[in-house]
Design a protein around this ligand. Structure first.
Ligand SMILES: Nc1nc2c(ncn2[C@@H]2O[C@H](COP(=O)(O)OP(=O)(O)OP(=O)(O)O)[C@@H](O)[C@H]2O)c(=O)[nH]1
Ligand SMILES: [Mg+2]
Length: 249
């Protein structure tokens, strides 16, 4: 089985949809529809491979993580995919710029400073989220220990952070980072991962906007559809291998 987790608005549903073959990249909706329940789907051409996508808002995530924990009894192999975006998760769909500024509590800040602060806080959420995942999965320690797991960190929305890529890769891959420590905690639950890897890509270059059109982050200059498609080809071929691995269990 494949399990897709991550904080709210990070891109789980979009990613799951294209990976499961339910939509082509260009068919992905631009509008953000936050999910309130977990979604189950099957890969288009291999019915037995299930994909479980967990809604990302806080309490929903905990409930979703427990669903994965419950699945562990039935599973021999799991590809656990944690989606992150260096804090560029979509804010609630109806939020306007003035609400976003008010939300920050500081009255003299510009939208840009508040946005930076929001991205930083969302990165902390991403770190807390992996620890939360580790806790939920440890509910059934025996089942976890008998499941072989490949853990994949997918750093999505590359179009929004590509100019900052050195910092981004350092943030997720440096062994001393808070994120890496969270992944380590998840690994301990399973008695170690079969493999843990980090990939990054963009599904569609799209400015990160609020409901009234105010832009929180623009896509990087020069980041185009070609870059998206090249990364996509690599992702698809990696997923073909992962599906083969997962289908053996
Ligand atoms: N710029 C950019 N936006 C993206 C990318 N992938 C997804 N998005 C956008 O991010 C927003 C959130 O995507 P979803 O797939 O709904 O996120 P989710 O994690 O399922 O959200 P919840 O269901 O609330 O947990 C949507 O507006 C997507 O269009 C990407 O690669 N780049
Ligand atoms: Mg969703």
């Amino acid at each position: 089985m494949f399990g897709v987790v991550g904080v709210g608005g990070v891109g789980k549903s979009s990613f799951a949809r294209v990976i499961a073959g339910q939509a082509a990249l260009h068919e992905l909706p631009v509008e953000y529809e936050s999910d309130l329940t977990e979604e189950r789907s099957e890969f288009k051409d291999t019915q037995f491979l299930q994909l479980l996508t967990i809604a990302g808002q806080d309490t929903l995530a905990t409930r979703g993580h427990r669903s994965i924990a419950k699945e562990l009894r039935k599973l021999k192999r799991l590809v656990l995919i944690n989606i992150v975006s260096y804090g560029h998760s979509a804010p609630p769909r109806t939020m306007t710029a003035s609400q976003f500024l008010r939300f920050s509590g500081a009255t003299d800040d510009t939208l840009e400073t508040v946005a930076q602060d929001y991205f930083r806080k969302q990165r902390v959420q991403e770190e807390l989220h992996v620890h939360q995942l580790a806790r939920a999965l440890s509910a059934d320690a025996d089942a976890a220990r008998s499941t072989r797991v490949i853990f994949l960190t997918v750093i999505l929305k590359q179009d929004l952070w590509w100019h900052d890529r050195d910092a981004v890769f350092e943030h997720y891959t440096s062994t001393s980072s808070a994120y890496a420590k969270g992944v380590e905690a998840v690994g301990e639950v399973f008695g170690g991962f079969e493999m843990a890897e980090v990939i990054s890509l963009s599904l569609h270059p799209l400015n990160l906007m609020l409901a009234d059109g105010a832009v929180l982050k623009q896509t990087c200059a020069g980041y185009d559809r070609r870059a998206v498609e090249l990364n996509w080809i690599n992702t698809v071929s990696r997923f073909a291998e992962l599906r083969e691995w997962a289908s053996k269990g």
